[in-house]
Design a protein around this ligand. Structure first.
Ligand code: GUN
Ligand code: ZN
Length: 432
């Protein structure tokens, strides 16, 4: 197997800085050695290079960080980003359900899957947990596209037998379609499957029961849904499930709350629910730009941290306003400001990389640029715009990183590498 080296300034945060003093790995002049798509070695150039005589070494200007992990995103909503008006339930009816209905057409799904993977890579996102639509073909289209690029994506067909006209499956047929997708795609490339009930309001008790059974039957798949995002949504769940003490209890009753469960939002969770999530080993995808855009509320990261709930960051396109995990870090900081909590830039980078990986059960595979992990990484350009250049030139690492979060987006991603190969550059876009 051929080896290839990349030389440059390298930053990774493989462990949570909140819990580990030595979490930040920074190499001012580092060498990343890749073999067979994996990180083979990483360290200071001066000490590592002599151990790899004859190695082809490519210099990368700027800052090398692990590929970003988006822990909650809806690929079919890419074309519905920035849709004006309404909080969650009204916005879904007006903008999102019509956009998703269009995915009954496999050609449309194929076009949008391609566009989505291109866009992820241009933004430096190399892994994601993705909502498709109710149509099995929407998952097929996305998996085909991700497989062709060797991306590590996890996705699932949306279960919604109580959905609106034109966007409904059957309790049984939806589960059978999910099982068929698992059988067909399991083990292919770097793909993974998530059982994906939209939320408690759009699945019947029968379908939720089946979703729990499917999850129990397949130890390698995730559960991906929404929880406690919006006040009106929470009231509607309380009315629909009067026997359950809170929103989380609905999912608990159907066996959907465990160590492989990822819940998007969790903006309005009481301390008791946070504690139950922590005890179950479940995690939350914090989606700051979405929570601001829909006026959902301010996620309490400090409460999740205190309870010991695992957290990752999600763009939540199309409610989110940017696919950039840099920008998502910036929005998470602003939510912290509104709550009186200051999000550290290295912690934000952890949440956008290794923390997200841990949420998806992929901490051994991605997120930390550790030896043995997939060589998915991003070359950031701290001088991508005149303002970024002004704010980062000659500044300490923490300031440069924070400026990238607040001022950066896809323009700051010079190149994205999948398994050690250039998968996109700012100049050319993504390759396929
Ligand atoms: N809750 C149920 N469906 C959705 C969705 O598509 N987006 C968001 N943000 N919340 C949801
Ligand atoms: Zn969502």
């Amino acid at each position: 197997m051929s080896r290839h080296g990349f030389r440059g300034e390298i930053l990774s945060v493989p462990r949570d800085p909140l819990r580990h003093d030595d979490a930040i790995r920074h190499l001012a002049d580092g060498l990343l050695v890749v073999e067979g798509g994996r990180v083979c070695a990483i360290g200071p150039y001066a000490t590592l290079a002599p151990r790899f005589a004859g190695l082809t070494i490519e210099p990368l200007a700027g800052l090398i960080v692990p590929g970003f992990v988006d822990t909650h995103v809806h690929y079919p909503q890419l074309g519905a980003i920035a849709a004006h008006g309404g909080q969650l339930l009204e916005w879904l009816e007006r903008h999102i359900f019509p956009a998703e209905a269009a995915f009954a057409d496999p050609d449309h799904a194929a076009r949008m899957a391609r566009l989505f993977c291109d866009a992820l890579l241009r933004h430096g996102t190399t892994s994601a947990l993705v909502f498709a639509t109710v149509h099995p073909g929407s998952v097929e289209a996305l998996f085909r596209e991700a497989l062709a690029r060797d991306m590590r994506l996890i996705a699932g067909k949306v279960l919604m037998d109580l959905g609106p006209d034109g966007l409904r499956d059957g309790a049984e047929s939806g589960l059978a379609e999910s099982a068929a997708l698992i059988a067909r795609w399991r083990g292919r490339g770097r793909l993974g499957y998530a059982v994906t009930p939209r939320f408690a309001l759009t699945s019947s008790p029968d379908q939720l029961t089946g979703a729990g059974a499917l999850l129990a039957r397949h130890p390698d798949i995730l559960l991906h849904t929404h929880i406690a995002e919006n006040r009106a949504e929470i009231d509607a769940v309380a009315a629909a499930f009067p026997q359950d003490r809170d929103y989380l209890a609905v999912y608990e009753r159907f066996g959907l709350v465990g160590p492989r469960s990822v819940f998007a939002h969790g903006v309005h969770l009481a301390p008791d629910a946070m504690a139950r999530l922590a005890a179950a080993g479940s995690g939350i995808a914090f989606c700051p730009s979405s929570n601001l855009f829909l006026g959902s509320g301010l996620f309490d990261l400090a409460a999740a941290d205190a309870a010991g709930v695992r957290v990752g960051l999600g763009s939540d396109i199309g409610a989110g306003t940017s696919l950039s995990m840099l920008a998502t870090c910036g929005e998470a900081y602003k939510i912290g400001q509104l709550r009186g909590d200051t999000l550290d830039p290295f912690r934000a980078l952890y949440l956008a990389t290794a923390g997200g990986a841990a949420l998806l059960g992929l901490e051994d595979r991605i997120g930390g640029l550790r030896p043995g992990q997939d060589a998915d990484f991003v070359q950031l350009d701290p001088a991508a715009t005149p303002l970024l250049a002004l704010r980062t030139a000659g500044r300490p690492l923490a300031e440069r990183l924070f400026a990238l979060h607040v001022l950066g987006d896809d323009r700051a991603v010079a190149a994205t590498f999948l398994a050690g190969r250039r998968a996109a550059t700012r100049e050319t876009g993504a390759f396929r």
